[in-house]
Write a protein of this length. Structure first.
Length: 236
């Protein structure tokens, strides 16, 4: 769990910073989140990237809501800079329209989630809470799009090749079935496709993925794929 401001009446407080160049949108978002989610504290707002980075350093929020089109930031590479300033921060990218290119770079640079501005505020509050808890909800969005999933996973394969380890692992902590599941994930298959190929249920696939992430101490399936590739357990 990211750092928060404390607790009020037993409710854990999650600090949030909004970076968006539309004052009316920021004001509306602040009001609705505060009214519907008392555990969320909007600690600051910025209308441009420069002010946003300054406030991140000053306030160290747990979560940043970042407009993908905000001025003054070098595209979504800004996510890297935000996470460099506050290492355990979670960045949620907000955008006006579903754009696969933006989604690709959002996951590449480490965003926790990618949402449309039309999202229901109640749902957004849950996304914020889950992101603050260390979840990477963005992966489900990516892996639901076959073409984009292939592009993202190729990027992770390239990353794995750049960080090949010289020493061979002494053992593989995963079962043969778990390695098989990872291999299917690396090829861009969805949970349903993996279940069909392995003749198992969707829930069994989810159970395997949960076990894999626990054993490898990673936060999401793409991190698990990278780790397994670096170890040479699966091939890109």
């Amino acid at each position: 769990m990211q750092e928060s401001a404390g607790e009020i009446s037993g409710v854990e407080i999650i600090t949030v910073l909004i970076i968006d160049d539309q004052p009316i949108f920021r004001a509306g978002l602040r009001h609705m989140l505060s009214a519907m989610h008392p555990g969320l504290e909007i600690v600051g707002e910025a209308s441009n990237g420069e002010d946003g980075l300054r406030l991140v350093e000053e306030l160290s929020p747990a979560v940043v809501l970042l407009n993908a089109e905000v001025e003054g930031l070098d595209g979504l590479e800004a996510i890297r800079e935000l996470k460099r300033r506050v290492s355990n921060i979670s960045v949620i990218v907000m955008t006006n329209r579903d754009d696969e290119e933006k989604l690709f770079y959002a996951i590449k640079y480490g965003a926790a989630a990618y949402v449309l501005k039309t999202m229901d505020v109640a749902e957004l509050g849950q996304v914020i809470r889950r992101a603050a808890g260390g979840e990477y909800l963005i992966n489900d969005s990516v892996l639901a799009k076959p073409v984009l999933a292939s592009k993202v996973l190729k990027s992770f394969r390239d990353l794995a090749e750049e960080h090949d380890q010289v020493a061979e692992p002494l053992y593989i902590p995963l079962s043969s079935r778990e390695v098989q599941v990872l291999d299917y994930i690396a090829k861009g298959n969805s949970n349903k496709e993996i279940a069909r190929a392995m003749t198992i249920s969707d829930q069994t696939v989810k159970n395997h993925i949960t076990s894999i992430m626990r054993k490898l101490a990673v936060n999401d399936r793409t991190q698990a794929v990278v780790y397994a590739m670096r170890q040479g357990w699966i091939k890109g």
